[in-house]
Design a binder for this molecule. Structure first.
Ligand code: KG4
Ligand code: ZN
Length: 341
């Protein structure tokens, strides 16, 4: 892409429980990436409490932006564009970032670039892999989403598979909560699984023999809960690492199977992994076994919510002329590929 001067993108992310700001150069080079996580605050409740999340974003956002700008060694005036997550997410949380971004865009007279959070997760890979370009197949697995997407271009997405009920990360979080492990459940189950036997309990793998690329994790979740209840009723000791490893193996097997199907259907040789569950070590190992393809995933700090990924997605939106305005609103249920400016 030819351009006369370097483009500096300031990006803001507040869709859930991370208050984040980053500065990027030319969409792929991270000059700063500041993330303040509220996880400890929400841990007491076993999940994110929306009202508390909004209030904490409001308290922290100015400090987080100041730090990101200082760390990048730039001034606000030098920034060329302001990218911000406008959906999907918790409406009160989104509005904190969006209102702040609008204020900055207005005061600095810079364009406002509204970004879809899930498309941001995909773009985390552009930062991690400088040579990665669309088209490719992408498996997006986060706390709120499980999708297989045909990424046809930087701003062109077609959903080819989706969960029909729970997201993969949601299943990890619910099982962890039932086992009394804490929140968020994914990293805890990932760690405990290393000490367990993935073949100890035969949990169901839904929709494996069907042509479509949709997922379902609610049956698996119920099967794990039923197993735990029946152990408790029969006074059988629960081997927590075995339960974790067996549950994780079921999730990973389905994700791998459907991702392989997506590659066959699209004919792509590139598989890109995105979202919080992309941090899962068993999933990475399983996908690496798919033959004849290149597998891409971001480093751990770019898998979970951050603003650098929003900056990268925003940079490519802006180059395509996708620009918001001071009337752009938060869209809590924004879909991949949807533009609601
Ligand atoms: O993408 P993300 O930070 O937030 C959303 O946009 O949803 O994803 C958070 C999710 C949580 O459900 C968390 O349990 C899961 O990602 N997660 C993991 C791992 N690290 C985070 N799941 C499985 N294994 C992990 N290592
Ligand atoms: Zn996310």
């Amino acid at each position: 892409m030819m351009q006369d001067k370097d483009i500096l993108t300031l990006a803001i992310e507040t869709s859930c429980d991370e208050t984040a700001c980053a500065v990027l150069k030319n969409g792929r080079e991270v000059l700063s990436n500041e993330v303040y996580t509220q996880i400890e605050i929400h841990q007491t409740f076993g999940g994110v409490v929306p009202e508390i999340a909004s209030r904490n974003h409001l308290e922290k956002i100015s400090e987080v932006i100041r730090k990101a700008v200082d760390d990048a060694g730039v001034t606000l005036e030098q920034v060329d564009e302001i990218a911000v997550t406008y959906g999907p997410g918790l409406v009160g949380a989104l509005l904190v970032g969006l209102s702040t971004a609008k204020g900055l865009a207005y005061a600095l007279n810079k364009p406002l670039i509204p970004v879809n959070h899930i498309e941001g997760h995909i773009a985390a890979n552009y930062i991690a892999h400088k040579d990665l370009e669309p088209p490719f197949a992408c498996l997006i697995v986060s706390g709120g989403h499980t999708h297989l997407v045909d990424v046809k271009g930087y701003n062109t997405f077609e959903i080819i598979g989706r969960t029909r009920d729970d997201a993969a990360g949601e299943a990890f979080d619910k099982i962890a909560r039932t086992l009394g492990l804490g929140y968020p459940g994914g990293p805890l189950i990932d760690k405990l699984s290393r000490e367990g036997n993935p073949n100890a309990i035969d949990f169901p793998r839904a929709m494996m023999d069907q042509d479509h690329m949709d997922f379902s994790f609610s049956g698996l979740k119920s099967a794990v809960l039923n197993y735990l209840n029946s152990c408790r009723m029969k006074n059988i000791e629960i081997n927590v690492p075995d339960v974790c490893a067996s549950f994780q193996a079921a999730v990973v097997e389905v994700l791998k199977h459907k991702a392989a199907q997506a590659l066959t259907t699209t004919g792509y040789k590139k598989l890109v992994l995105a979202g919080g569950v992309a941090a899962n070590s068993a999933l990475r190992e399983a996908l690496a076994q798919i033959e004849g393809i290149s597998l891409y995933y971001p480093p751990l700090n770019l898998c979970t919510d951050n603003a650098a990924m929003i900056g990268s997605a925003g940079y490519y939106s802006a180059r395509a002329g996708i620009i918001g305005s001071l009337t752009t609103n938060a869209v809590p249920n924004l879909k991949i590929g949807e533009c609601k400016l």
